[in-house]
Design a binder for this molecule. Structure first.
Ligand code: FUL
Ligand code: CA
Length: 508
């Protein structure tokens, strides 16, 4: 089966069915800053200004600032050497004799990852924690004589190393006899409650879009709203991704986000039929097609009925598969490839969710560690020195864009939607990377910018782009210059430039 096709299909079905909220619960799902209604009388300028003022919730901002998060796909598939189990697997197969969650967390942390999401239950229904509600779990396995709890070990290791902890809980459960019946809704809520109450703070809850039939041959109609309300109640700081309201799937599993990536997208659509049906107003939160090239341009937002802050997460595996297969040991992505992905995910206003799957021993393999080491070393070397700050004659009021702090910024007066910042360096510098950041507490506003350098009396183009958002990275052929300027040519309201940097890429 083709995952991507199924995911797309499921998203479309999910969205078509309407992932709906009553106004009461909508208040819990969104806040007054990350959601805005468009009035039928609003003209396009008013709508664009409204979009410019939509800002992330505190949980969304914390999540965005992480930049790098790690996925850990581990479970029954690790032992059956599959990607999708069908739920009939015997728990006796699960026996990761050397499992060391601290090794997982240490490897991830040393590679720069700030949070880990563990597959507590994948589509095969096997639970990595001893759930009270099923026998299909670690408690029926030989690992630690059925007394082990992978979720607990990972949660504790994350706490010890000071990084975030998240859970992936597959709504699709090919083992549960309840799947496809009303009873499954309670089963799912019970499992979610266990995970949200027994393991301390949870920072992200990841609901996959893949869906199919359970053992009974029936499909399940999910109670999304009930899940979201439970998470908000038990773990109010957790972001809910990607079949959820806080974080959006970027639309591909390649690791490459859009060049133009808006975090403010139409929240579509007040459905008249649904209002009539239930006499309650219901609102869908997601853009209709997560895979389309353009989600948030002016053209899209002026047609919207409401707008929401809904940023992109880019999930990709370090290997071809999501689960570990020894035959893929020589297909681990190289440091060069991982760096390219970094530039095209984090560097395109997204958060990278990189999957690093442990082996049947229960350890991250040497091949993956080596690739991550190379990746981290390369990034450290490249971003070690902001050449603009080092060689600058007088920082003066430019300090705000050179202080490595995304909260301090440079702006113009209201109604001035362009901005030029010029820099004269002591000596000519060689560089081939531009870094830009906006202050998201003000909003995502920039629509077009150019970077130029001075040759004699003339300004020449180095590179140009559209959106910035939390971070924009652009690479270009090496330039040697002592005078450069950034011109923001178009912005939805006055732009708030938080950082600018010029760097020279390290060699591999
Ligand atoms: C997909 C799943 O079907 C894969 O197995 C994996 O978990 C990936 C992250 O999401 O839809
Ligand atoms: Ca700053």
């Amino acid at each position: 089966m083709d995952h991507k096709y199924i995911r797309k299909l499921v998203f479309s079905i999910g969205i078509a069915l309407g992932i709906c909220f009553s106004l009461k619960s909508q208040a819990q799902i969104f806040n007054k800053n990350n959601y805005v209604t468009i009035n039928p009388t609003d003209d396009s300028i008013t709508i664009v200004n409204k979009a410019a003022r939509v800002t992330p919730s505190a949980r969304q901002l914390r999540w965005q600032e992480l930049e790098l998060t790690a996925f850990i796909h581990f479970g029954m598939n690790t032992f059956t050497n599959k990607e999708w189990g069908d739920g009939t697997e015997n728990p006796s197969l699960f026996n990761p004799k050397k499992l060391d969650a601290k090794q997982w967390v240490k490897v991830c942390k040393e590679a720069g990852f700030k949070q880990i999401i563990l597959t507590a239950k994948h589509h095969d229904g096997f639970c990595l924690w001893p759930s009270k509600y099923t026998e299909h779990s670690v408690k029926s396995s030989p690992w630690k004589d059925g007394k082990g709890d992978v979720v607990k070990e990972v949660a504790e290791a994350c706490k010890e190393y000071g990084i975030g902890f998240g859970i992936y809980l597959s709504p699709w459960d090919r083992n549960s006899k309840y799947f496809g019946s009303l009873k499954y809704n309670d089963y799912f809520i019970n499992q979610l409650t266990e995970l949200l109450t027994n393991y301390g703070r949870v920072d992200e809850v990841w609901f996959d879009g893949a869906n199919g039939e359970g053992p009974s041959g029936e499909k399940q109609v999910y109670e999304y709203n009930r899940w979201y309300e439970l998470i908000r109640k038990l773990q109010p700081k957790a972001t809910i991704a990607v079949s959820g309201p806080d974080v959006r799937w970027v639309g591909t599993e390649t690791g490459y986000g859009r060049e133009t990536e808006w975090s403010i997208v139409p929240a579509n659509e007040l459905s008249v039929e649904k209002i009539a049906e239930s006499s309650q107003k219901k609102v869908e939160f997601a853009p209709r097609d997560l895979m389309s090239k353009d989600l948030g341009s002016r053209e899209k937002i002026v047609k919207a009925k409401s707008l929401v802050w809904y940023p992109a997460e880019i999930d990709v595996s370090i290997r071809p598969g999501w689960f570990y297969h020894s035959t893929e040991d020589d297909k681990v992505k190289t440091p060069e490839k991982l760096t390219d992905i970094y530039f095209s995910s984090v560097g395109r206003n997204g958060v990278l969710l990189l999957n690093i799957p442990p082996t049947t021993d229960g350890l991250i393999s040497d091949s993956d560690i080596k690739a991550l080491d190379g990746f981290k070393e390369h990034l450290n070397k490249t971003f070690n020195t902001n050449l603009l700050a080092v060689g600058l004659k007088e920082k003066g009021n430019k300090n705000n864009v050179l202080d490595n702090n995304s909260n301090t910024y440079w702006s113009t007066k209201a109604k001035d939607n362009t901005l030029t910042v010029s820099f004269k360096m002591n000596n000519a510098q060689k560089f081939d990377v531009l870094l830009l950041q906006e202050n998201l507490k003000i909003g995502q506003r920039v629509e077009k910018f150019v970077l130029e350098y001075k040759v004699g009396k003339e300004w020449k183009l180095i590179t140009e782009g559209t959106t910035i958002g939390f971070k924009r990275l652009l690479r270009f052929p090496e330039v040697t210059a002592s005078e450069v300027r950034l011109r923001i040519l178009s912005s939805r309201l006055n732009p708030a430039l938080a950082e600018i940097g010029l760097y020279k890429q390290a060699a591999f």
